[in-house]
Write a protein of this length. Structure first.
Length: 347
């Protein structure tokens, strides 16, 4: 093969640099929050007339309404992350023809900020709106990392949401690491940092973040993707933003103390435990598995807190396999999905 015939190098998602980006980006509004959506898979069908009409005294939808087709993965990211964390996985799902969306949660990425007050109820309303939109197009399977795992579990507790299954990856709030416990207690060093009379220079904040972020998110800091690290460190451009994020993290950890009603989770649940996770301990995932008896447990000792970055190939295959099994039709799921579609049409 001559030099001119060599293929371009492939990126972590598996496509060459000359290929068109299979990920479609757009902005939408969910529960009043404008956010960015990354989407792969076949294009949704063209809009149809969904005006309600009456047939023999019963409400019905207009003829030609598109029916749900293939299972759809909804991917939710963690705290101080964005939908971009799922880009390598999305590219692989696109190559396999699996429909999937990843969204920026309120307060992160390109989404509008969270409002003052409790965070989890705002995130619940946002996630519910995303799920209902996607349920019109197909069976919804949720996959969430860290805070996204929490939101996926809370959505599964709501029986009015058409969720067919959940993959929870490193969800916090059960048996957490020393770092999360430290943030919850808000010890003297953190209080002193927030109260410094002279702010720490921005370049120093970013330099520290560049060293800390790869160690917290990856199983092997040396293998961290430079673009992903820059994306995280951009969240801490200066002293003020860092103190704001610390305070927000402390509030979130407090809310996690009463975040779950796991006895209400009845859909298939896969709990993923990451052995090299420095933020959420492996014991936390095992505790979640014990609290939901019908759940399945997967332990990977070589994954860190964000396995979608460590091993996107394995994660994409895992999500594909799980969604295929979880989305098998059931009478209960069909009834709930029909109710949601009817509510959507009526609205």
């Amino acid at each position: 093969m001559t030099a001119s015939q060599r293929p371009e190098p492939a990126d972590p998602g598996g496509r060459t640099t000359t290929d068109a980006d299979p990920i479609r980006a757009s902005f939408r509004r969910y529960a009043g929050v404008r956010t960015r959506v990354l989407e792969v898979g076949p294009q949704p069908p063209a809009p149809v007339d969904r005006t309600p009409r009456r047939v023999l005294g019963k409400r019905a939808t207009a003829r030609g309404q598109a029916k749900p087709t293939a299972p759809r993965l909804v991917l939710l990211h963690g705290y101080c992350d964005s939908a971009d964390t799922w880009r390598p996985v999305l590219e692989l799902l696109a190559a396999a023809g699996i429909p999937a969306v990843a969204v920026d949660l309120p307060g992160f990425g390109d989404a509008q900020p969270l409002r003052p007050g409790p965070m989890l109820p705002q995130l619940d309303a946002f996630a519910a709106a995303v799920i209902k939109e996607q349920a019109v197009l197909g069976t919804v399977v949720l996959a969430g990392n860290s805070l996204g795992g929490t939101m996926s579990l809370r959505a599964a507790e709501n029986h009015r949401l058409p969720v067919a299954g959940v993959v929870s990856i490193a969800a916090p709030g059960f048996v957490d690491s020393w770092l999360i416990r430290t943030v919850a207690r808000y010890p003297l060093p953190l209080r002193m940092y927030s109260a410094l009379p002279l702010p720490i220079p921005g370049f120093l904040v970013r330099a520290v973040a560049e060293q800390v972020v790869p160690r917290l998110l990856y199983a092997d800091a040396a293998a961290a993707d430079a673009d992903q690290v820059r994306r995280f460190t951009a969240l801490f451009p200066d002293y003020r933003s860092t103190t704001t994020r610390l305070e927000q993290a402390r509030q979130l950890v407090e809310e996690l103390a009463n975040a779950y009603r796991l006895e209400e989770v009845r859909v298939p649940l896969l709990v993923v435990v990451c052995g090299k996770d420095k933020l959420v301990s492996a014991a936390s995932g095992r505790q979640l598995h014990a609290l939901v008896p019908h759940s399945r447990l997967m332990v990977r000792e070589d994954w860190g807190h964000c396995p979608q970055l460590d091993d996107p190939v394995e994660i994409s295959e895992l999500l594909t396999y799980f969604s295929a099994g979880a989305s098998r039709p059931s009478k209960i799921a069909a009834r709930v999905a029909a109710e949601v579609r009817e509510d959507t049409v009526a609205g």
